[in-house]
Design a protein. Structure first.
Length: 216
């Protein structure tokens, strides 16, 4: 009997041995809690971004790419902590209702990983729906910065990322009147899935998950 394949982690998938080889030089130049602007002032960080950039370029995705590399470095510098939400915990995060728990936001970077293939997002009109693996979360003066990771699976070499920043959302309403996180994919209701329909929903989910993880 064989064991099921280990679930891929976006940090390991993208960086692998590169983190051990390249991240310490950045840590020598800037503090572990360096913000994005400070990160971009470190020559070792600029060199890493240049080396990782694909030959065909990134176009409009360059900001998300830079945010992802910075968030991954902060994750590493703060001890590479990953908080895993099982199916029950993920469903609780997606439960109807407004607002986030009253606990404080995290004070260190971490990665929050939700149950696999349970929450889905469509990153642009007309594109395929992709499963949300989780998000890197960083405390910032405006509240939280998150870099969400979609479409991570064993057969795909890369992933899709979305970077957002802001305070904890209050009331989030969909224009069609459906509940936040209600599925929008064909068959989503029958399968018991959830969807993030807008940046505000993704930010709400990230705040809920990050605050719950801090309290736990």
């Amino acid at each position: 009997m064989t064991s099921p394949p280990q679930r891929p982690h976006p940090f390991a998938r993208v960086f692998g041995d590169l983190a051990a080889a390249r991240f310490p030089a950045i840590r020598e130049a800037i503090p572990a809690d360096a913000d994005l602007d400070t990160f971009l002032m470190a020559p070792a960080a600029i060199e890493l971004l240049h080396d990782m950039r694909p030959d065909e370029g990134l176009g409009e995705a360059v900001d998300d790419f830079v945010a992802f590399v910075h968030a991954a470095w902060r994750h590493w510098a703060d001890g590479a902590v990953t908080v895993v939400c099982d199916t029950e915990a993920t469903r609780a995060l997606c439960a109807s209702g407004d607002g986030v728990p009253a606990g404080p936001p995290p004070v260190r970077a971490r990665y929050i990983q939700v149950a696999p293939r349970l929450v889905w997002g469509q990153l642009a009109d007309g594109e395929s729906w992709e499963p949300l693996d989780g998000w890197f979360v960083l405390p910032v003066p405006a509240g939280l910065r998150i870099v969400a990771c979609f479409g991570l699976h064993a057969e795909r070499p890369g992933l899709s990322v979305v970077a957002l920043e802001g305070a904890a959302p209050g009331v989030v309403r969909r224009a069609d009147g459906s509940a936040s996180f209600a599925p929008l994919m064909p068959g989503g209701d029958r399968a018991g899935l959830y969807a993030v329909a807008a940046p505000e929903e993704l930010l709400l989910l990230a705040w809920r998950g990050s605050t719950e993880a801090t309290e736990g």
